[in-house]
Design a protein around this ligand. Structure first.
Ligand code: MTE
Length: 326
């Protein structure tokens, strides 16, 4: 018997419902659902489920996030609306649809949270959420984030350089790569009750990429704690790589000797390499990466080498064949 196995994959941009159509459908559905669920707190407040959860959650860093000073490279492009950045997401733990993370993350309770740093370190650490963030290191950085599906956003994140966290565990010289894992809580994450991906979601960086000052651990966006759908309470943001490298809701960071397995590479190695640097000259096997659509814009724009961070990060890849190490 021939069994056809459907490999999970990123849709290409023209397979995704156009953002404007998708949002107008959602507004209609939200209106109907609001009438039907008139007794819930979220509906009474006029909030969607993800936002209701964020409002109910007492995040000990909320004040510090709201007051974080500005940092990071200057960016002249307009910031994407908060509504768009929190309603059009990829977070397969809540489903593969763009609206699933917002609509289906209401049962996720990010706090309390612990994050473990282990592996090739002198001092393995398990830290509670409030102890993770060096008080003097929180800042707001506006980064471009470009998805492999050829859409992009510009988002003000609040966070701190990952290097600050790694240094606290005292890395050994044998540490060559960094492996990241997302929390596994199938009872709170409906996508994890399916075989959509091999859980936990995993990502990896080379040690020098992880220690680069642009590599951010984010705990907030738009001056507020991260909403569930964007990776509460703490996620990675690597602005020169395709969005899937920016792993959400991180519980473990392991320093390792060998290149670690990563979710999308395990799922489809031909389409997703370990490096996944934004590169307009190296196409995805099923579509071009030369252009992208900024969410909110009508026309496409040229994709920039390393997503516009060439000056800062090109030196990490000197002498490497970026077609081979895609
Ligand atoms: N992290 C986890 N744990 N699970 C995921 O499915 N999706 C990735 C990445 N991080 C994903 C994840 C992909 S494909 C993208 S494009 C970005 O998150 C999207 O981040 P955003 O929703 O905040 O824009």
């Amino acid at each position: 018997m021939l069994i056809k196995i459907r490999t999970p994959r990123h849709p290409r941009e023209n397979e995704v419902t156009p953002k404007e159509l998708y949002l107008s459908r959602r507004r209609f559905l939200a209106g109907s659902a609001g009438l039907a669920l008139g007794t819930t707190l979220g509906a009474r407040l006029g909030l969607t489920p993800g936002v209701a959860r964020a409002a109910a959650m007492a995040n000990p860093l909320a004040g510090a996030i709201a007051q974080a000073p500005k940092g990071g490279p200057a960016i002249s492009e307009p910031v994407t609306s908060k509504g768009d950045a929190t309603s059009y997401n990829n977070f397969y733990e809540f489903g593969s649809g763009k609206g699933d993370p917002e609509e289906r993350s209401g049962d996720f309770h990010p706090l309390p949270w612990t994050l473990t740093i282990d592996g090739e370190v002198e001092k393995p650490l398990t830290l509670g959420f409030e102890d993770l963030v060096p008080a003097d290191a929180l800042e707001e950085r506006i980064y471009r984030l470009r998805c492999v599906e050829a859409w992009s956003m510009v988002i003000p994140w609040t966070g701190f350089s990952l290097s600050r966290l790694i240094e606290r565990a005292k890395p050994l010289s044998s540490a060559k790569y960094v492996a990241f894992e997302t929390v596994v809580r199938p009872e709170e994450m409906p996508g994890q009750r399916t075989g959509l991906l091999d859980w936990p979601y995993r990502e990896g960086l080379r040690m020098d990429e992880a220690m680069h000052p642009l590599t951010l651990m984010a705990v907030g966006m738009y001056g507020d704690p991260l909403p569930n759908q964007n990776g509460a309470p703490i996620r990675l943001v690597v602005p020169w790589k395709y969005g899937f490298k920016s792993i959400k809701s991180v519980v473990r960071i392991s320093l390792v000797k060998e290149e670690p397995p990563t979710t999308w590479n395990m799922t489809n190695a031909r389409e997703y390499g370990f490096y996944s640097n934004v590169n307009p000259q190296v196409d995805h096997p099923r579509w071009s990466q030369a252009k992208e659509r900024r969410i909110g814009d009508f026309l496409r724009r040229d994709t920039l080498m390393f997503n516009g961070y060439e000056e800062e990060v090109a030196g990490l890849y000197t002498g490497m064949d970026l077609r081979k190490f895609y």
